[in-house]
Design a protein around this ligand. Structure first.
Ligand SMILES: [Zn+2]
Length: 378
């Protein structure tokens, strides 16, 4: 089976599935969605391709088991980040246990594991019903998962009792991950000749007050009680822009920051932080004006330790629970009432040039998943 999983991953890596909204090398997920669909067709497992928009596609498949009313949702994203700086990103290279290539670790290996499980449970009795899902665009705005949540999941005869997202977790059980929110403030001043600053209002100087306040808030977050799996909430300024020319008093400046959110961080707290930044600029010297808002956010996800999750933990060799610092599509399934966790193989270099996944770990993850599903029949 290990060879079959690697073969499958080799083919998945070969197909360019770079997210076209992140890189000009991206072509969308249609080709990889079709390849996966074809895999299920060969197994005679009912499968569908869902076009989200243009060449952005999801694939789903439903393998009816002995119990049709118990549905386990399996999920993976089929897009990858860009390949700039990589020599031969679409050719899987095996060096010892390491399988190099774009998407091997994040997270085409997880997709190959789903496809391997489909093959196994096509040939062997499955105690429950498996819903396999492969979605577009997780690396950007999750339009694939949003489409799945809106159109596919509600059409299932019963709500899945659990979602397992096969993101890389080093074979640990990822029971929580952070959310995030993006904020933007815009400072407005008045343009003037660089030699006559008294005739204008500089919009860039006040940025220092905004940045100072953000730094203070970030330091405060670091002193709060840490989450047992996720540590501290953080924020960082990610974008800064403004001005029109070196010799002109800047009439405009913009600052964007990202706040990584912990379970339990309330919206009022985030709003309060935004207000502190606004006030810091308003209270500074000068006639500048400032407006600010939250422009986008994604929720956290946290599952409580329960019998079912402990079963997976045992099947995985009693690996520890863990939290993931990154955001994942699992939060969107949790939001519609499907308890969702992350579980996937070990490796290195998500979004980096030297991305690899461990061949042995793919197999161990596959075996753990298989055992977990079989144990659900007990
Ligand atoms: Zn991922």
């Amino acid at each position: 089976m290990q060879d079959q999983l690697i073969q499958c991953l080799t083919r998945l890596v070969q197909i360019n599935s770079v997210n076209p909204d992140l890189s000009t090398t991206g072509q969308g997920e249609r080709e990889i969605a079709e390849y996966i669909h074809h895999h299920f067709q060969l197994l005679e497992i009912p499968s569908e391709i869902h076009t989200v928009i243009d060449d952005r596609c999801n694939t789903t498949a439903i393998l009816a088991g002995e119990d049709k009313d118990r549905i386990l949702l399996l999920n993976g994203h089929i897009d990858t980040v860009g390949v700039e700086g990589m020599d031969d990103p679409f050719t899987l290279k095996k060096v010892g246990d390491r399988l190099y290539g774009r998407g091997t670790y994040d997270m085409l290996a997880g997709c190959a594991i789903q496809m391997g499980l489909a093959k196994y449970f096509f040939l062997h009795p499955c105690p429950i019903t498996l819903v396999f899902t492969f979605v577009a665009d997780e690396e950007n705005l999750s339009i694939g998962m949003e489409h799945l949540v809106k159109h596919f999941l509600p059409a299932l005869p019963v709500k899945p009792f659990l979602g397992i997202f096969l993101e890389p977790t080093e074979e640990h059980i990822g029971i929580s991950h952070k959310g995030f929110a993006w904020f933007e403030v815009e400072i407005k001043g008045l343009a003037a000749h660089g030699s006559r600053p008294e005739q204008g209002v500089n919009a860039i100087f006040p940025l220092s007050y905004a940045l100072k306040e953000l730094e203070t808030i970030n330091q405060e977050l670091a002193t709060e009680k840490p989450h047992p799996f996720l540590g501290h909430a953080t924020l960082h300024p990610g974008l800064i822009s403004g001005g029109s020319s070196q010799s002109v008093i800047a009439a405009r400046a913009k600052l964007n920051w990202e706040r990584r959110i912990l379970p339990g961080d309330r919206q009022e707290k985030l709003d309060g932080e935004l207000q502190r930044v606004i006030s810091a600029v308003e209270n500074a010297n000068g006639d500048q004006k400032i407006v600010g808002r939250q422009i986008f956010s994604r929720p956290t996800n946290e599952s409580s330790d329960n019998k079912l999750i402990r079963k997976l933990k045992q099947a995985a060799g009693d690996k520890d629970y863990c939290g993931m610092s990154y955001w994942a599509d699992s939060a969107l399934a949790a939001q519609v009432g499907i308890p969702s966790i992350l579980f996937g193989p070990a490796g290195h270099g998500a979004h980096a040039d030297d991305e690899w996944v461990s061949a042995e770990s793919i197999f161990k993850t596959y075996e753990a998943m298989k055992k977990f599903i079989l144990d659900l029949g007990d």
